[in-house]
Write a protein that binds this ligand. Structure first.
Ligand code: NAD
Ligand code: AHE
Ligand code: ZN
Length: 369
């Protein structure tokens, strides 16, 4: 079938809105009509050319909501008409990772997903007869997309897709990080580096956990008002201080925070986030994605003296099992999606969403098809 899509033909170039061909779902696959999708910084990261797994031409996007149109042979968990969120972290419930009970990082389709292909090693997308790659197993910047059955979370059909699409990545990642990677408890102190969709979701998760102090850090003070309204108790701009930001936070918090979260993808900030943690027990969670070839460093003494460095993908959330419950929480108002949606645009204007993100003007732009 024909599908309007924003195609990334080349790294560093704007997306092009074209009509692509989408082949029917094969065995174990699901064809979805995407109703809305968020634009995450990871899409911009891959488009920039910094992603070692970035492939072109491809259909980016991984924060979508839609409705099942058709299922391939053997698909039993969803049917046409079901409302779904595509998952970049699949959940097969059979692999060593799923069965471990220790991680959400299902590996069932991860190898082919990283090559921009469906599990059988082929693509369902083409343009003028030339193959187009999939992205993160989702490719939500297309009116129609095909994903693996294990990469589909079925959600309540009454949930507004133009809002709960944000649970496909940003909001789930941030809130999940506070619940699963960290286990923020009432009264804990928290530092959040980077106040985009991810950092603000960490703040919302920390507030839900009744954290005592929530220190929000960003070099763009334009982000502070929203951060405060969502629960930040202190806002700090590293540019306002002569001292390294980790020292500023250690001084502010009687020796450092219980938990810190890096939500930028900057390896220097990752170091600061670790080093602002309290001696003996503070833990730092890396969420930001750093470019190819980048490495983190610190004095091993930081770890010897009890700080812990960890990281998380999709907030540690198992998508098929846990995402429907998070959608219910959003419907009950226990997760508030509204503050994240700063802009709404039609697919044709999707490049503006990238511009707004780069200019620091948006949190999430929701793209409507
Ligand atoms: P965003 O661009 O909306 O927000 C990033 C924020 O960081 C901005 O407010 C910016 O002003 C701020 N910032 C930039 N440099 C800074 C610095 N040196 N010091 C302090 N603040 C700084 O991005 P986002 O969509 O919120 O994504 C954040 C990061 O999380 C990205 O790296 C993205 O790829 C990653 N991410 C990871 C996961 C995961 O599962 N691990 C999921 C989603 C996104
Ligand atoms: N492909 C990159 C890494 C990109 C990355 O870390 N992706 C996160 C999700 S970001 C969502 O906005 C993730 O889930 N990682 C775990 C995984 O299995 O991909 C690289 O460095 O190669
Ligand atoms: Zn994302």
């Amino acid at each position: 079938m024909k599908s309007r899509a924003a195609v990334a033909f080349e790294a560093g170039k704007p997306l092009q809105i074209v009509e692509i061909d989408v082949a029917p779902p094969k065995a174990g696959e699901v064809l979805i009509k995407i109703h809305a999708t968020g634009v995450c910084h990871t899409d911009a990261f891959t488009l920039s050319g910094d992603d070692p797994e970035g492939l072109f031409p491809s259909v980016l996007g991984h924060e979508g909501g839609g409705v099942v149109v058709e299922v391939g042979e053997g698909v039993t968990s969803v049917k046409p008409g079901d409302h779904v969120i595509p998952l970049y972290t699949a959940e097969c419930r059979k692999c060593k990772f799923c069965l471990s009970g220790k991680t959400n990082l299902c590996q069932a389709v991860r190898a082919t997903q990283g090559k921009g292909l469906m599990p059988d090693g082929t693509t369902r997308f083409s343009y003028n007869g030339q193959p187009i790659y999939h992205y993160m197993g989702c490719s939500t910047f297309s009116e129609y997309t095909v994903v693996a059955e294990v990469s589909v979370a079925k959600i309540d059909a009454a949930a507004p897709l133009e809002k709960v699409c944000l649970l496909g990545c940003g909001v789930t990642t941030g809130i999940g990080a506070t619940r699963n990677a960290a286990r923020v408890q009432a009264g804990d102190s928290v530092a959040v580096f980077g106040l985009g969709g991810i950092g603000l979701a960490v703040i919302q998760g920390a507030k839900q956990a009744k954290a005592g102090r929530i220190v929000a850090v960003d070099t763009n003070p334009g982000k502070f008002e929203l951060a405060k309204s969502m629960g930040a108790t202190d806002c700090v701009n590293p540019k306002d201080h002569a001292k390294p930001i980790q020292e500023v936070i250690v001084d502010m918090t009687d020796g450092g925070v219980d938990w810190s979260f890096e939500c930028i993808g900057n390896v220097n900030v990752m170091r600061a986030a670790l080093e602002c943690c309290h001696k003996g027990w503070g833990e730092s969670v890396i969420i930001g994605v750093a470019g190819a070839g980048q490495e983190i460093s610190t004095r091993p003494f930081q770890l010897v003296t009890g700080r812990v460095w960890r990281g998380t993908a999709f907030g540690g959330v198992k998508g098929r099992t846990q995402l429907p419950g998070m959608v219910e929480q959003a419907m009950k108002g226990e997760i508030d999606l509204d503050p994240f949606i700063t802009h709404n645009l039609p697919l044709e204007s999707i490049n503006e969403a990238f511009d707004l993100m780069h200019e620091g003007k948006s949190i999430r732009t929701v793209i409507h098809f």
